[in-house]
Unconditional design. Structure first.
Length: 515
């Protein structure tokens, strides 16, 4: 039988170890938990429990939170919440510093020790408070695959559900009447959550001034890469990419120079999962795209200080290096030309009944006066042949990836759906049998139905499968599929026709290509 008082002491010890509270807070915190959990005060823990507590240093609070949450659900009179998520966030909120304290501490560290220490304080707090659920994130499967575009990073995401592109597009059309209006609104700070929205009791925000507007800095609960963070506008407004966007992005890297920052596009299919709140994504990470080779050099007579390149990448990317003022002006110029550009020879129409062209802007600061800008050209047009999007993962790839290719994946970090974890294990088993008839017999009700054509193809390209190499083989094949997903998303394909079309767009906005 679980000793609830012992579990409370474990949680308190964790909070002290992670510097969420101090020793002088213990009596107060213990009394708060006793009250919330309806526990009568009595003598201290038994000697054996005290002894085991001294030896325990938990890295993450998940086990003790699960134990206490189960106790709460078993005692229906306790009102800490009606879901495990809400209860566990409620428990952690007791030991998580209030927003004002977090912001003042961040500012103090920034002024006295620099931005790096301020960021590290905020990140460590976000992990300690279990806002970033590292124990869940660490379950994700990640590997590197060599492709024609260099190394791609593949992650099977076990900490966040897959989203359907139609659901993403529909979310932008929903009338904002609920509180908070979306998952990114500032009103989420301390929000209890419900059956459809996560609890945000331990959510904390750091205010920033970018391009004379108020934005807020937070870490992503899912941390797809080191220090993965989200920068949200204080106003609930749709995603927008314009001159103000570039100025805000540059302001951010001036504030946190070691971070890269970028934005999803502002239209469905080629946008991210949230289109109804203006936001950026940043972090302390070098993406595979940044290691891409140079295919063509670009020059602009009006911008002699800017070095430009077309990258050897699956998507269509323009890279710019130079001083801040020139890069802001040139980036905005390219954006405006791209928004109004069509080339029917390669299927690019900028407008039919709605706008189709958009781009992902990404910025990194290289030194005091030099910056790197990446502009990924995107188009979201659909057709009868490709109803989900012409420049979107095509249907034969949906068994691996169906969701929008947003900013992170466009730069070479795959976030694949969690369902693949179990499906690939079954794929292993069925391939090891070398039973072609069994594969051919897979029907629509079978768990591997969507993988059937892929399985048949694998049996044709590989004569046999070994227990010692099957997983390595599948990892490579999944990586190959993701490279194809990215190729689908490129507006100018990597062939002679695409190269010539890309050159035409460069000339259209006043540039010249060399090489």
């Amino acid at each position: 039988m679980m000793d609830i008082k012992y579990e409370i002491e474990r949680l308190i010890k964790y909070a002290i170890h992670k510097q969420l509270i101090e020793e002088s807070d213990v009596t107060y915190i213990r009394n708060r938990y006793f009250y919330l959990l309806g526990i009568q005060h009595s003598s201290n823990l038994a000697a054996d429990k005290e002894s085991s507590l001294k030896d325990e240093i938990a890295q993450y609070p998940d086990q003790v939170l699960d134990n206490i949450a189960k106790y709460c659900l078993d005692n229906s009179e306790l009102k800490l919440g009606n879901t495990l998520d809400i209860i566990k966030c409620n428990l952690m909120d007791v030991v998580t510093p209030r927003p004002s304290f977090v912001r003042s501490t961040f500012t103090h560290k920034y002024i006295n020790y620099g931005i790096t220490q301020a960021i590290q304080y905020f990140y460590q707090l976000s992990v300690a408070s279990n806002y970033i659920k590292l124990a869940d994130v660490n379950k994700n499967h990640t590997w590197v695959v060599k492709t024609n575009y260099g190394d791609l990073v593949i992650t099977i995401n076990l900490s966040k559900p897959e989203k359907d592109p139609k659901q993403i597009a529909q979310a932008k059309l929903q009338i904002a009447t609920d509180y908070p209006k979306c998952l990114l609104c500032t009103e989420n700070e301390g929000f209890a959550g419900d059956h459809t929205r996560p609890s945000r009791f331990t959510h904390r925000l750091i205010p920033l001034c970018l391009n004379d507007e108020t934005w807020y800095f937070q870490f992503s609960p899912y941390v797809y890469y080191p220090e993965h963070s989200i920068i949200i506008n204080s106003v609930h407004r749709d995603m927008q990419i314009n001159l103000s966007t570039f100025k805000a992005l540059f302001d951010f890297v001036d504030f946190i120079p070691e971070y890269i920052i970028g934005a999803n596009t502002d239209i469905p299919i080629v946008g991210g999962s949230i289109l109804n709140h203006d936001h950026f994504q940043a972090g302390n990470y070098r993406f595979p795209m940044e290691n891409a080779k140079i295919r063509r050099i670009i020059t602009w007579p009006d911008y002699p200080k800017v070095s430009g390149h077309i990258l050897e990448w699956a998507l269509s990317v323009i890279s710019l290096t130079g001083p801040r003022p020139d890069l802001i002006n040139l980036s905005n110029k390219i954006l405006q030309y791209w928004l109004n550009y069509s080339d029917e020879t390669v299927g690019i129409l900028n407008y039919t009944t709605e706008r189709h062209n958009a781009l992902n802007p990404i910025i990194r600061k290289l030194d005091a006066n030099t910056y790197q800008v990446y502009l990924i050209l995107r188009n979201n047009r659909k057709s009868n042949e490709h109803p989900d999007g012409i420049f979107h993962p095509h249907q034969h790839l949906h068994h691996i990836k169906k969701e929008n290719i947003g900013l992170i994946e466009a730069m070479g970090l795959a976030i694949l759906p969690g369902r693949l974890d179990n499906e690939l294990k079954i794929v292993e088993q069925i391939l090891l049998t070398n039973d072609i008839a069994k594969i051919n017999a897979i029907n629509i009700d079978h768990q591997l139905w969507q993988h059937k054509e892929w399985l048949i193809g694998l049996t044709k390209t590989h004569s046999n499968f070994s227990k010692t190499t099957i997983r390595e083989l599948l990892d490579k094949e999944v990586g190959r599929k993701f490279a194809q997903v990215l190729e689908c998303s490129g507006v100018f394909k990597n062939n002679l026709t695409g190269y010539r079309a890309f050159d035409r767009f460069i000339r259209f906005h006043g540039g010249q290509t060399i090489g």
